[in-house]
Design a protein around this ligand. Structure first.
Ligand SMILES: CC(C)(COP(=O)(O)OP(=O)(O)OC[C@H]1O[C@@H](n2cnc3c(N)ncnc32)[C@H](O)[C@@H]1OP(=O)(O)O)[C@@H](O)C(=O)NCCC(=O)NCCS
Length: 418
């Protein structure tokens, strides 16, 4: 058995017969400190959910449960994030809401938890929302409530500190460098891959591919009878935000000039961009889909979560995809479209080598190097994207996957709904 292949016992897998990814929408993903910098993850999530109901025509009142995914608490009312997404997106006030967290696998977890709850018979229609404000990560101290010793102030940048895993004593970037060494991945290979990610995402935007997936964000106010209104205001007096902010054609030569961020092959140009954004999907039972004559995006076939050593967390998609495919009764070779989160270029390339993937099937519209990686939202984006790619190509099976800090991998297999 391969070193990275999680055993059946350690992989958490589940297959689904009649559970569907009905529709998905997301906000543009915008470089941190850009026009979404002041918007809380709750409000980003509300925006994505409302856009989803508007675009799909599915009434919010059909939803029977809410799963929200978010990593960084980024507002003083953060505890209420799942509940407020439900209340202010028009879901019935009597529908409960919960938050899930599997680091960069959080958005996938939101979808899989929704599918699990439907499989358990708890609801027929679930709203799953992944949302993240990287900009609003706090500068925080955890030990100062009772004061601090002179000269020992511990306020730190949570955004920077939170991507260091204190178990192996390694930042997420360091773990990508470990994979680069293990798989003999050169800076040139990583920059070539990054160039392709930027080129593919830019081409997809030019071709209008994202128009059906990305909702323009406008300044908004949401009233809720008997409660305080909420809203969303773009920074810099912007009136609208319509495109992913980090996507731009970037030449290999430009990427080669950037300095190493972790003393190896990774740079600010070939690592996932730090962005703000949210994505939302509806997951539903087939009975409801058929009864309402709805044309879903894809069938959710199987999901898997696995653990790998923390110091090589980025290899997680390899065993996760294998485990999910095995549960689905297919092989990796049966996957016509593959979306693996590009946390780091070397990390994606290590997964590609480990699984023997054909680049023509993977991240065909670019990945997080170009589009960005708002931690809690990425899984929802990637699963929506791969489902749409199956529709675009007419292929049968696809997978969305990501590594997760701490040493995990998660994958969702979807089947073209035709
Ligand atoms: C790698 C990382 C540390 C770089 O951070 P940073 O130094 O703030 O990155 P920047 O965006 O400033 O980019 C560095 C430089 O590259 C340049 N650059 C980045 N992308 C570029 C592009 N596409 N074209 C041209 N230049 C680019 C920037 O302009 C900047 O140039 P400057 O130094 O002259 O200002 C950061 O992106 C990171 O940590 N990413 C991963 C996040 C993460 O860990 N997520 C979880 C994964 S598990």
């Amino acid at each position: 058995m391969n070193h990275f292949e999680a055993s059946e016992a350690s992989a958490l897998t589940c297959a689904y017969d009649d559970i569907w990814l009905v529709a998905g929408q997301r906000t543009p993903f915008v470089d941190y400190n850009g026009v979404l910098r002041d918007v809380s993850p709750t409000d980003l999530g509300i925006y994505a959910a409302r856009a989803l109901f508007d675009k799909s025509g599915i009434p919010a009142t059909e939803v029977g449960g809410i799963i929200a995914g978010n990593m960084a608490q980024a507002s003083f009312d953060a505890y209420f994030l799942p509940r407020h997404i439900g209340l202010y997106s028009g879901v019935n006030p009597n529908v409960p809401a919960v938050l899930v967290q599997r680091l960069c696998g959080t958005g996938f977890e939101a979808i899989l938890t929704a599918a699990d709850q439907i499989k358990l018979g708890k609801a027929k229609v679930m709203l799953a929302v992944g949302t993240e404000s990287m900009s609003r990560n706090p500068v925080a101290a955890y030990t100062h409530r009772a004061g601090f010793r002179m000269g020992q102030v511990e306020f730190k940048d949570f955004l920077w500190e939170a991507t260091k895993d204190t178990a192996p004593g390694a930042s997420m970037g360091d773990t990508a460098e470990n994979l680069a060494r293990m798989y003999s991945i050169s800076r040139e290979e990583v920059d070539r891959f990054a160039e392709q990610s930027f080129a593919r995402a830019a081409a997809a935007w030019e071709a209008g591919y994202f128009a059906d997936e990305v909702a323009t964000v406008l300044n908004s106010k949401w009233e809720l009878e008997g409660y305080n209104p909420r809203g969303l205001k773009l920074a810099d007096r912007a009136e609208r935000c319509e495109r992913d902010g980090h996507v731009r054609v970037t030449a290999f030569e430009t990427l080669q000039k950037l300095k190493a961020a972790f003393s190896g092959v990774q740079t600010g140009g070939n690592s996932s961009a730090i962005v703000d954004g949210a994505a939302a999907v509806i997951v539903a039972h087939g009975d409801w889909v058929r009864a309402n004559g709805i044309k879903p995006l894809a069938r959710i076939v199987a999901g898997a979560a696995v653990a790998v050593p923390p110091e090589i967390m980025g290899i997680g998609p390899a065993p996760a995809i294998r485990a999910a495919a095995r549960k689905a009764g297919i092989t990796v070779g049966d996957l016509g479209r593959i979306e693996i989160n590009e946390a780091f270029g070397a990390q994606y390339l290590a997964c590609e080598k480990e699984l023997g993937l054909d680049r023509d099937k993977a991240n065909v519209h670019g990945g997080a190097i170009a589009i960005g990686h708002p931690l809690g939202a990425s899984g929802v984006r990637l699963t929506t994207t791969v489902a749409r790619e199956l529709k675009e190509s007419g292929l049968q099976y696809g997978v969305s996957s990501a590594c997760a800090g701490g040493g995990q991998g998660v994958a969702i297999i979807v089947e073209n709904a035709g």
